[in-house]
Design a binder for this molecule. Structure first.
Ligand SMILES: NC(=O)c1ccc[n+]([C@@H]2O[C@H](COP(=O)([O-])OP(=O)(O)OC[C@H]3O[C@@H](n4cnc5c(N)ncnc54)[C@H](OP(=O)(O)O)[C@@H]3O)[C@@H](O)[C@H]2O)c1
Length: 251
């Protein structure tokens, strides 16, 4: 992590789960980490626990469905911390809203598009702008996708979610191509987890979800370790795609 010491990372969805674990690892590695989510207090509590670590966690409130919130975060980072060197596009969610079910809500589909797709597009555009204006040529963008961005499983609840994660996969490759076109050395990595034990399944299908009881799920730390692996690879190595399933997961 030496070359990242003192530099700035932005982690979306840093209040719980995978984002909280990534933020913690980056702080322990010496980075100044801006953690954003709607639940400001959860990040502020984590920041307190990390006092005395090599780096620092700075909480900011941001609903990524609101472009003005995202722009405010980038303006705040520019003013107080210089700019973003590493972006972790992690905020994401699923709603139980099958494609053909008459009770599926359009608002649920829009919310998934706003968080899982547009949130990533806006944050990536702003992070690239921030890197470019400071002449940063070794930045890194991570998009947390899903195994659901690689295949469509026969479970109607998640079909629209799956569509948004296919979009994340396409956006990651599109970003990579645009960076190469611009002769930039900024790297981009797509991380696709299988089942990870977080709040995700409870938010998706409710408190009675059995998802994490049916197999030995991954833990958030399994994903954050892979992020650190890709981030600390030598600058000439761009790890593009990481797929991680629990060993027991069949689909
Ligand atoms: N867990 C899994 O099995 C799994 C599998 C594959 C992929 N993933 C992906 O991994 C990523 C992280 O998920 P997780 O498992 O850590 O889920 P989680 O425990 O439910 O955490 C989701 C995070 O996203 C944030 N978020 C949701 N809506 C937001 C909004 N409008 N604005 C800002 N932040 C928002 C939440 O923060 P607030 O609620 O505080 O705003 C929270 O920090 C997601 O992209 C998810 O699709 C998860």
């Amino acid at each position: 992590m030496d070359r990242w010491t003192g530099r700035v990372a932005l982690v979306t969805g840093a209040s719980v789960g995978i984002g909280a674990s990534i933020a913690q690892k980056l702080v322990e590695g010496g980075m100044k980490v801006i953690g954003v989510a709607r639940n400001f207090q959860a990040i502020a509590d984590a920041a307190k626990k990390l006092e005395g670590a090599k780096g620092q966690l700075i909480p900011m409130k941001c609903d990524v469905t609101k472009e003005e919130d995202i722009l405010k975060v980038f303006a705040n980072i520019r003013k107080n911390y210089g700019g973003v060197d590493v972006l972790i596009n992690n905020a994401g969610l699923a709603h139980d809203a099958p494609l053909l079910d008459p009770s599926s809500k359009t608002s649920d589909w829009k919310n998934m598009l706003d968080v899982n797709v547009l949130g990533i597009a806006i944050c990536s555009r702003e992070a690239y702008k921030s890197m470019k204006e400071r002449g940063i040529d070794d930045g890194h963008i991570f998009n947390i996708g899903s195994m659901s961005g690689h295949r469509v499983i026969p479970s109607s609840k998640g079909h629209f979610y799956s569509a948004t994660k296919f979009a994340v996969k396409a956006m990651t490759e599109g970003t990579r191509q645009e960076l190469r076109e611009a002769k930039s050395h900024i790297r981009v990595t797509h991380v696709s987890p299988g089942v990870v034990e977080t709040e995700f399944a409870y938010r998706f299908t409710g408190p009675d979800s059995q998802t994490y009881k049916n197999l030995m799920a991954l833990q958030a730390e399994d994903i954050s370790s892979s992020v650190i692996h890709a981030l600390t690879a030598p600058a000439h190595v761009e790890i593009n795609d990481i797929l991680i399933r629990p060993t027991e997961q069949s689909s």
